[in-house]
Design a protein around this ligand. Sequence first.
Ligand SMILES: [Zn+2]
Length: 233
Amino acid sequence: MSRSENLYHLQRIDSQLDGHKRRLQEIKAILEDDRKVMQAKAEVDSTQELFQEAQKALRSAKANVQDQRAKIDESEARLYGGTIRNPKELEDIQQEVAALKRYLDIVEERQLESMLAVDEAQENLDAAQGQLEKALAESESRNADLLEEKASIDASVVKLDLERQDQVTNIDAGELQLYESLRAKRGGIAIAKVQDRNCTACGTGLASAIYQQARSPSKITQCNTCQRILYAE
Ligand SMILES: [Zn+2]
């Protein structure tokens, strides 16, 4: 293998490792960010609160109806109890009962409205809980897929690390240093393939002398423009 070919193989291993690292970071971010589930939980909390408020309002409306009925019973007991005989007083009580009954209609109407409000709040809560279950199930299955992908990438990283250690032994220390510094400066790509006498990384056409040198198995040649190490098959 030529010197540039050894570096080219190292580059291929490193590029795969770079890709794996990028994907592992993406997976980590997706696993950590469960926004849909969080939103669904918040929706359940708020609909739960509204449901409880509606129940409380219904309890109070029921109590008002009961109070009102008790007041009517009490007045009617006085009216029909036989202890009051004064017609004026009896007439007053009759009017009082009529007024109490009119107000009973109002509080009964409010009780009915409260019951409907509870039903609606219950439906909203059920729907929110359904959405949360759905979001949790989706998240679980997506996370399972991602964890499977992560496991396979982790295994590939271990394999590539071993290949890399092996490949590095074929490369001269000075060249390795040049390679690493180019990788740091040139977006991770230190080696450029030569195709049709062009540097495939930056597109520059190579002068004849450079091209010949790049084809030599014993020499390391850099592109005049992007400085990457040229690899001509
Ligand atoms: Zn170039």
